[in-house]
Design a protein around this ligand. Sequence first.
Ligand SMILES: Cc1cc2nc3c(=O)[nH]c(=O)nc-3n(C[C@H](O)[C@H](O)[C@H](O)COP(=O)(O)OP(=O)(O)OC[C@H]3O[C@@H](n4cnc5c(N)ncnc54)[C@H](O)[C@@H]3O)c2cc1C
Length: 400
Amino acid sequence: MADFSFDLVVVGGGPAGATTALHLVRHEGIAPRRVLVVDKARFPRDKPCAGAVSAHGVRVLARLGLEIGVPHVAMCGVRVMLGDAVGESTLAMGIVARRIELDSWLLDVARRDGVVVREGDALTGLERIAGGFRLTTARGEVVTTRLVAACDGAGGATRKLLGLREPERKGHLYVLETDVARADVGVRRGLVDFDLSVLADGVEGYYWDFPTVIDGRPAVSRGIYHANMTASREVKASLRRALARRGVDLAKVTPRAFSTRPFVRGSVTWVPGVVLVGEAAGIDRTTGEGIAQAMAMGGLAARHLARALRTGSGTFVAYDHDVRRSTFGRHLLESAWLARRVYAPAFAPARRYLLRSDYARRTALRWYRGESLPLAAKLRMALELGGDAVSGGLSDLRAS
Ligand SMILES: Cc1cc2nc3c(=O)[nH]c(=O)nc-3n(C[C@H](O)[C@H](O)[C@H](O)COP(=O)(O)OP(=O)(O)OC[C@H]3O[C@@H](n4cnc5c(N)ncnc54)[C@H](O)[C@@H]3O)c2cc1C
């Protein structure tokens, strides 16, 4: 067999890349010096993101023997808002950390474990050779490897170099951070706000306020998510209005725009010799979230990459199967299905139900935390939603 520089090159050192490398080294017995992580950015690098890591992601890190090693705040519950109506539920949801700190810490852990990390150098070329790949980087480095883990997120190079098409339209987000304002009554109590009022502007998504911490001071991550199943030019204007309702002037802050790749039924998770992990494959289309999913997918990818290194196989059919059958994978697919419905005008009864019912919100939070929902919970929600739709329809009739 040819002599390769590395057994595996991980392209991208974000949550997907760092956890893939860590799972390989800590759980799969792969020698760290045989794994290269290459990232085009120099860390600490920022990533436009609200930094909410669901309890599922915290559990994945715990299984790696890690406690979040950067400043963070607990998410203690949720407030769902629509116009003047607010539905509040408390349940430990996970944590919020700033990506500039979180990602740098996680990649450092991998580096300290002995993984080879090359920063500030982008993958620019990928060529198949016998038994593996020859990769080239922007700085002109050439490395050979048996396998590749594409962990380079929504705007990475690997998919393009492999000729993979986008499975669906990408979501759009704007994010910014501010001091805590007088209107931030939920954030002060560690609650995360999802405001659905932006649906009235044609946004397929929500406006958010999450508690965060900057240089030891409480702060707020704010932003808007548009799933973008239907194109809209109103997203920034909608953000401006939502911010104004909270006393924040868009003209005085600097929102950063970024796209998200949704995970859908037709998403590709591998091609021979390459696995796609995290947002390189896709993330949650209803919420626009993907940190915990990227970390969990990193664990599955590592298991299948290690097996491929042992057997010399380059096919990852079983990885694809395991992704789709895992709890997070089923949630990703459910979310792709839900996104088309939950923001649609016809889904107004379900939104009313979510605002009215603590049970519905707590069930949604359990789903967000990465728990499998028992059939009984789904049935109860369906029955209550049916009752709500009937009574909502009757009161609409009475009002007309
Ligand atoms: C505004 C916004 C807010 C969000 N808020 C949340 C949230 O609160 N909670 C949540 O769970 N998710 C959130 N998300 C989604 C979340 O940011 C992503 O799901 C997550 O970053 C995916 O992790 P990843 O490791 O797959 O990719 P990334 O974190 O994007 O990491 C990819 C890495 O690849 C590197 N790279 C790219 N191209 C190359 C190349 N050619 N060569 C080498 N390296 C390359 C990049 O520099 C980067 O470091 C948000 C997204 C946006 C846009």
